[in-house]
Write a protein that binds this ligand. Sequence first.
Ligand code: FES
Length: 198
Amino acid sequence: MSRTASPPAGKQPPAAKQPPAGDERRNFLEKVGAVVIGGLVMLVPAASGLWTFLNPLRRKGATAEFVRITPLAAVPADGVPRLFQVIRDRTDAWTHYDSEPVGAVYLRNVDGKLFAFNAECPHAGCMVAFLGDQKKFQCPCHDSSFQENGERIDPQHCPSPRGLDPLAVEVRDESGTQDVYVKFENFLAGSSKRIPRA
Ligand code: FES
């Protein structure tokens, strides 16, 4: 059987040692400093990622660039617009996509001179159709119609605020065949001005 030793009568045990007040203040300030610096280190990359996400102009792939569309032989020089899909690699803020459809264009060859139009209607972005028997483009959504050269038919009553968007086009011979390349880009719908869209 064990016994706990009691201090001799009249003597108190020594009090636990307290650090001096100056040391306590220094420790506190060091901890606060570490928290503030740690917060700043986390904040800088988070803010830069957020800025990239919110600002589409900073995303890669936002710029217009020439894309191979089709062999020139697929666009006879008869003046009839023909529809082609636009396929290219695409990169957004974080991901790269190989060979994705990104839009469509009409190509028109008038006696050897090429013209290209974005197939999106400038009113609200529906895809326009070419009606061969009426020689005009027609939008199925709100009935905007356009001439073969892309200009609006009856601009006073046409819902679209502008004609079809023309695109730069050229023929290149990079693989032994003549191919049509178009500088593909989209423009904001609903505006009378052509404002590139990311
Ligand atoms: S989207 Fe073409 S007329 Fe409205």
